[in-house]
Design a binder for this molecule. Structure first.
Ligand code: GLA
Length: 350
């Protein structure tokens, strides 16, 4: 079932709508037209209590007041960092906004994460909602008028499928992600350190000491705090005296996935208290594990108080700065070709 309601303005004169997808288990995914944002993901835990497992806000304005956090947002055209906010496409250098030190992060302040999306279609049978946006030529510094669609589908197995499709009239870049912060104990439950995580990755892309841009190296996770090949508590290693952990102030790293472009598991996470188990799948070449190291103390949904490391993100993506780094597969998109990508977050009980 899909319902829609108006949830007020964004403070810039736009009305924001909230769509609620509900399945037969009472699982709900709530998506707003501001940033095509996953506002809530509600699931019944092992005690019968409904838990909202993503961080967010009740009102649209808070999403704009806390732009740097990207709670639940659809991020693009290019997720994560581009070094020195510059990229060369077909021999022409394009300058982007340097909104994170000297680098571009999540496509800058004109990113689609804080723009209004239009409802394109609702499919009651599939429990699917498609939102659409036009990202104009050079609006973010990238060439081409690009139409981007994102479809959220909630199935009867409690899987939330997020499918992206984009097409541009000039050669450009496409690298979309969803920036949900998960807390499997509930969004108001605080530190996520005791929740367990498994990543389907043998290697990661180490960061330079400043600026959080990958150096081009691909490093094995073996004998590092970034080894999540078997379930381990997220808090374990998060303060280790290891250069990569110090540079990022915790986990904020891209891991290399071996899915060869096919939809496959990228991660699992479990909270023993609620019994909630997250299965995350993608066809992207990488995933950013970000442990909310920069969440400042502030108010969230329903009076919740959020703070440092109260949520973890599993952002499926190309390797950050792959557009400038020959060692990595880059997200260039040819004019009139279709970019498509799928990520699934599925909830279950252990
Ligand atoms: C990504 C980055 C982090 C941080 C968040 C947004 O995960 O890698 O460093 O900027 O986005 O707050």
């Amino acid at each position: 079932m899909i319902t829609r309601k108006n949830i007020g303005t964004d403070g810039r004169g736009n009305n924001v709508e909230l769509f609620t997808l509900t399945n037969g288990n009472d699982t709900q995914a709530k998506i707003s037209t501001l940033g095509a944002t996953l506002v809530s993901f509600l699931f019944r835990d092992k005690t019968g209590t409904m838990r909202d497992v993503v961080l967010g806000y009740d009102d649209p304005v808070s999403y704009l007041d806390n732009k740097g956090l990207y709670f639940g947002a659809t991020v693009g055209r290019c997720a994560n960092r581009i070094a020195n906010a510059k990229v060369v496409i077909d021999g022409t250098e394009y300058t982007l906004e340097a909104n994170n030190d000297t680098n571009n992060l999540h496509s800058g302040s004109n990113g689609v994460s804080h723009k209004m999306w239009e409802p394109e279609s609702m499919d009651e049978e599939q429990n699917a909602l498609t939102l659409k946006i036009l990202s104009k030529d050079l609006e973010q510094g990238f060439p081409g008028n690009m139409t981007i669609k994102v479809t959220f589908t909630l199935d009867e197995e409690d899987a939330l499928r997020i499918a992206y499709e984009a097409v541009s009239d000039k050669d450009t870049i496409a690298n979309m992600t969803n920036h949900s912060y998960f807390n499997l104990a509930g969004d108001d439950a605080g530190y996520i350190g005791s929740q367990k995580l498994k990543l389907y990755a043998d290697s990661f892309t180490p960061l330079a000491p400043v600026g959080s841009v990958p150096t081009g190296e691909i490093r094995s996770v073996e004998n590092t705090p970034l080894d999540f090949r078997d379930f381990k508590e997220i808090g374990q290693g998060i303060e280790d005296d290891y250069d990569q952990i110090r540079y990022a102030k915790g986990y904020d790293h891209n891991f290399i996935l071996d899915n060869k472009g096919n939809l496959a598991l990228m991660a699992e996470a479990v909270c023993e208290d609620t019994g909630i188990h997250l299965y995350a799948y993608t066809d992207c070449p990488g995933v950013q594990l970000y442990t909310g190291n920069f969440i400042h103390e502030h108010k969230g949904k329903n009076g919740a108080v959020y703070g440092e490391r109260h949520g973890f993100c599993l952002e499926s993506q190309y390797v950050p700065n792959a557009v400038n780094e020959p060692a990595f597969l880059a997200p260039f998109l040819k004019a009139n070709q279709i970019y498509s990508s799928v990520t699934i977050y599925k909830l279950a009980l252990d």
